[in-house]
Design a protein around this ligand. Structure first.
Ligand code: SF4
Ligand code: SF3
Length: 547
């Protein structure tokens, strides 16, 4: 008898490295898992109709934006609230039906099938039951490799949708991205599509993600200025306090403006650390420092924070009683019974901070450096090139990606520790918290540890690699540059597809390979890109520096 209550293997911490089948390691319940599957299923039906509408010139912008937000809500550690998912599913079907009406008004017939005709049950229990039958894996697959590729594509699309949503909030959009999201979703249900075509779509997903990240980079830098090197205190100031986590700069800015002159200091947590480097954010005098480390430590770190806490995007963990009364979510993030702020009116966050004790005295601690995004690094490109040419700099190692709870993730800190003094470490995303406060010294005037930014700033790292390849007049794969990546959630899947689309080879990926990649698909990736699992820091450094 099948004992599975759910099936999900979209992230790196999936149970037994195979799939969460009883309860999500992330805290996702079987009910939420079923509703997420139903959300994806209904969005796929909407996609087919939206593509037809687009081909007729019907304006779908509102639906495009909604689709990205709905996909974003299904990423790991974003939304755990069933009532919000139910709303999303109903809204998806409402949009689908309204587009059908518009298509018919144009005198065209609407193509129909199970997906585009699907009617969700009117009760939450009924929807959960429906959801258990519509996950991609619920349809028995004759070809496990095709199923693997369809998941790779779906998870990559989720990452693209997250970046596209961030970019749209900052006023940046590109019609082609939305069209691809619809086409890609549609392909995940195409029974006759070949594996070659799916591989092509996965690489196209990487190309589209590059465009989405380019838009996000433009949105962030045009709105807040280019990041500049900035020292961020890890200590605290006496006074009331708010902690902001996640990735959304517009939420942080709104909160900074609304908490101005209220005797509150604002601190960053997790992926918000690099925001201290943006000129238009750091000008706020009460935007003080960074508190804590990466997302997987939040349950321990949040309970010691004497102020209000706001989570703007991933990664949210199950809130503990010790801080659930001072925790708020916004954007697509959600947890049942945790107050959600949908409209950037952060008055409840500020009121909570004012009622809480705050920090009783100043605590001085060390500082960390941020702000080494593309603009800063390219402004010192001549120094990097000179250091390579005079052999002061032997190799650049990009140690980037997500953090997580597994012990194997100490690999990344050990690799950075053991990297010799003539190597530069570029880093980005929350994996850096394993080593972000280490003093690695300098090579000439260059700090050896350079923080490029959030995972959302992966475009910056790509631009740096491409500029170096131009400067040295060699391909990126011939540069003295190696990529040692850690993955956890679906934005990392999208970034990996972008790197493959760019033809970047020899990527080391850990701490474990995705459960959704079958041995055959892995061998295709190895053959074409020489992608490899991380081994030990000693062995990998030996190979990186001496091969
Ligand atoms: Fe499991 Fe990850 Fe899916 Fe959560 S998101 S249910 S941890 S595979
Ligand atoms: Fe981290 Fe969640 Fe991926 Fe933004 S905060 S990198 S895991």
């Amino acid at each position: 008898m099948n004992q599975e209550k759910m099936f999900c293997y979209q992230c790196e911490q999936t149970a037994r490295g195979k799939g969460c089948t009883i309860f999500g390691v992330c805290g996702k319940t079987p009910d939420v898992s079923a509703l997420i599957d139903l959300q994806i299923y209904t969005l796929t039906g909407l996609s087919q109709i939206a593509l037809q509408a687009k081909s007729l010139g019907i304006d779908t912008e509102e639906i495009d934006v909604f689709t990205c937000k709905a996909l974003f809500s299904t990423l790991t550690n974003v939304n755990f609230d069933p009532t919000r998912l139910v709303r999303g599913i109903n809204k998806t079907v409402e949009y689908r039906e309204s587009l059908k009406t518009e298509i018919r008004n144009e005198g065209k017939a609407v193509a129909t099938d199970d997906l585009t005709e699907f009617v969700p049950n009117q009760t939450i229990e009924g929807m959960i039951e429906q959801g258990t039958h519509v996950g991609l894996k619920s349809v028995p697959a004759k070809d496990q490799d095709a199923l693997s590729l369809k998941h790779l594509l779906l998870f990559g699309i989720k990452g693209v949708a997250a970046y596209t949503d961030h970019a749209y909030i900052l006023g940046q959009k590109d019609e082609q991205i939305y069209t691809f999201i619809y086409e890609g979703l549609k392909a995940t249900r195409d029974k006759s599509i070949t594996n070659e075509a799916l591989i092509g779509l996965a690489l196209k997903c990487g190309a589209v993600n590059l465009r989405a990240m380019e838009l996000l980079d433009a949105g962030n830098s045009q709105t807040y200025g280019h990041p500049t090197p900035t020292q961020v205190p890890l200590g605290v100031k006496k006074g009331k306090a708010i902690l902001v986590s996640g990735h959304d700069l517009t939420d942080l800015e709104a909160l900074l403006k609304q908490s101005h002159n209220k005797g509150i200091y604002v601190y960053t947590h997790g992926e918000m650390l690099p925001t201290h480097a943006y000129p238009k954010l750091k000008k706020h005098p009460h935007f003080y420092g960074h508190y804590g480390t990466a997302w997987q430590n939040q349950q321990r770190e949040f309970q010691n924070f004497p102020g209000a806490i706001l989570i703007t995007t991933n990664c949210l963990m199950k809130p503990r009683q010790t801080y659930q009364n001072n925790l708020f979510t916004t954007g697509q993030v959600g947890w049942p019974n945790i107050p959600h702020i949908p409209d950037k009116n952060f008055a409840p966050v500020i009121d909570t901070a004012l009622k809480m004790a705050g920090f009783q005295e100043d605590q001085v601690d060390k500082e960390v450096s941020v702000g080494f995004a593309r603009n800063t690094i390219l402004s010192v490109a001549d120094k990097v090139i000179a250091a390579v040419n005079n052999k002061a700099l032997r190799h650049i190692i990009l140690v980037g990606g997500c953090d997580g709870a597994k012990p194997g993730r100490n690999y990344y800190a050990e690799l950075v520790d053991q990297a010799p003094a003539d190597t530069l470490i570029l880093t980005l995303a929350c994996g850096k918290f394993r080593f972000f406060d280490k003093d690695l010294g300098t090579i000439g005037e260059l700090p050896r540890l350079l923080d490029v930014g959030q995972c959302n700033d992966a475009y910056s790292a790509v631009k740096i690699a491409l500029a170096l390849s131009d400067a040295f007049n060699v391909g990126v794969n011939e540069l003295p540059l190696s990529l040692v990546l850690s993955w956890y959630e679906q934005k990392a899947v999208a970034i990996l597809l972008t790197l493959l689309h760019l033809g970047i080879k020899d990527i080391r990926l850990g701490p474990s390979l995705p459960a959704f990649v079958t041995p055959n698909i892995l061998s295709v990736l190895v053959k074409n890109f020489n992608i490899m699992p991380t081994s030990t820091p000693e062995q990998d450094l030996q190979a990186i520096l001496h091969d």
